[in-house]
Design a protein around this ligand. Structure first.
Ligand SMILES: *Cc1c(COP(=O)(O)O)cnc(C)c1O
Length: 364
């Protein structure tokens, strides 16, 4: 395939940026959509609200609107290198959106297996737009992943769920970026936990950079599950996970053990947040910092509020000094999952096109 390279180092994607830390050869054809290099946004209102220094790593600005693109560029590049002609994944939505886009880019086909009726509108729309072969099953995400494992083992379909180690390797670049931008690791890293690949990947990235002397410390990893889908917190499989945060509606996480190790080794914690807390944090972040994220992503911010405010938190920030730096990953863009907000929107009535009517309508 013909490639055109720009002379700039910027915007070439995570493989070109962090090549030496990733399992790629000079000959690996890189399938990239210029993912990564996402903003680490200092949040003044949020910092004030919790009395700490808080940054948000905004992964919603990746090419398909979630962090899944970081792992997908590597997984698809490697799958293509190994001669795969088709990809397969199970998804709560964002993995399928990402896989479908990178498959299109690679010129190979993509099969996605989804729990019927459980996928947020924007994400399903993406899978259709990128031309994936979509199968909806009567079952939940965990059932879909079981089918993918069976189909992937049998045939020549390359599995691009986070059970694929290339996904985790690509996703660890988010931790590299944070250290590169802050000049050191943060003290605390908060993030939502679903299938638990991302917490595993961040911890791997932080450890790797630390071992190389790129940071002086390691953060405590603090993960948040939705109260109705919290197998790691409760230490048991949840047969019927339920939460408004569809991207973390998972009852039997694939990287359960690795997540536990990340939490224990980093002296972090796992905690739960309710759907009400998640939606309140989503609204708060949009209306105070101008960052609109999907519900699952808001679990990290809901968790931050809990750590700062609640006596019941698994990890309390109440005794921790104000100078410590906190990073919250927000994992996906708000436009992907508009259903809750559409439901909340009151009917918008039109007014006559006069200055006076407009003034009255906005209460001026
Ligand atoms: C995939 C996803 C998660 C969960 O990440 P895991 O690696 O499965 O723990 C959280 N939020 C969003 C938006 C996601 O797409």
């Amino acid at each position: 395939m013909h490639t055109e390279r720009t002379t700039s180092k910027f915007g070439r994607g995570v493989i070109e940026h962090y090549r030496e830390y990733l399992p790629v050869a000079e000959s690996t054809a890189v399938i990239s959509l210029s993912e990564g290099d996402t903003p680490l946004v200092f949040c003044p209102q949020l910092s004030k609200r919790v009395g700490r220094v808080v940054f948000v790593k905004n992964e919603g600005v990746n090419p398909t609107g979630s962090f899944k693109d970081r792992g997908m560029t590597l997984a698809v590049s490697k799958a293509k290198e190994r001669g795969a002609t088709a990809l397969i994944c199970a998804s709560t939505g964002n993995t399928s959106a990402s896989a479908a886009a990178y498959a299109a880019r690679a010129g190979i086909s993509c099969v996605v297996i989804l729990p019927a009726g459980k996928i947020a509108t924007g994400k399903l729309l993406q899978a259709f737009a990128y031309g994936a072969k979509i199968v909806a099953i009567d079952g939940n995400f965990d059932d879909a992943l079981r089918l993918v494992r069976e189909l992937g083992e049998a045939g020549d379909l390359a599995i691009v769920n986070s059970i694929n180690p290339d996904r985790i390797a690509g996703q660890k670049t988010a931790a590299f970026e944070i250290v590169d931008v802050l000049g050191d690791a943060p003290d605390f890293h908060l993030l939502p936990v679903g299938n638990a690949g991302n917490i595993t990947a961040y911890w791997a990235g932080y450890r790797e950079y630390h071992a190389l002397g790129r940071s002086t410390k390691l953060p405590a990893m603090i993960g948040f599950q939705a109260a109705g889908a919290a197998p790691i917190f409760y230490n048991r499989i949840v047969e019927q996970p339920e939460t408004v945060a569809s991207a973390i509606r998972i009852g039997n996480p694939a990287s359960w053990k690795q997540a536990r190790a990340a939490i224990n080794e980093s002296h972090g914690a796992i905690d739960v947040v309710s759907d009400e807390e998640i939606l309140a944090a989503q609204t708060w972040l949009a209306q105070h910092e101008g960052i609109f994220v999907e519900p699952a992503s808001a679990a990290s911010v809901a968790g931050l509020f809990k750590c700062c405010d609640s006596k019941d938190a698994a990890y309390s920030f109440q005794k921790i000094q104000g100078q410590s730096r906190i990073v919250c990953t927000v994992t996906g863009h708000g436009l992907k999952d508009p259903d809750v907000i559409i439901g909340q929107m009151k009917e918008l009535k039109s007014v006559p096109a006069t200055v006076n009517d407009v003034r009255r309508a906005v209460g001026l």
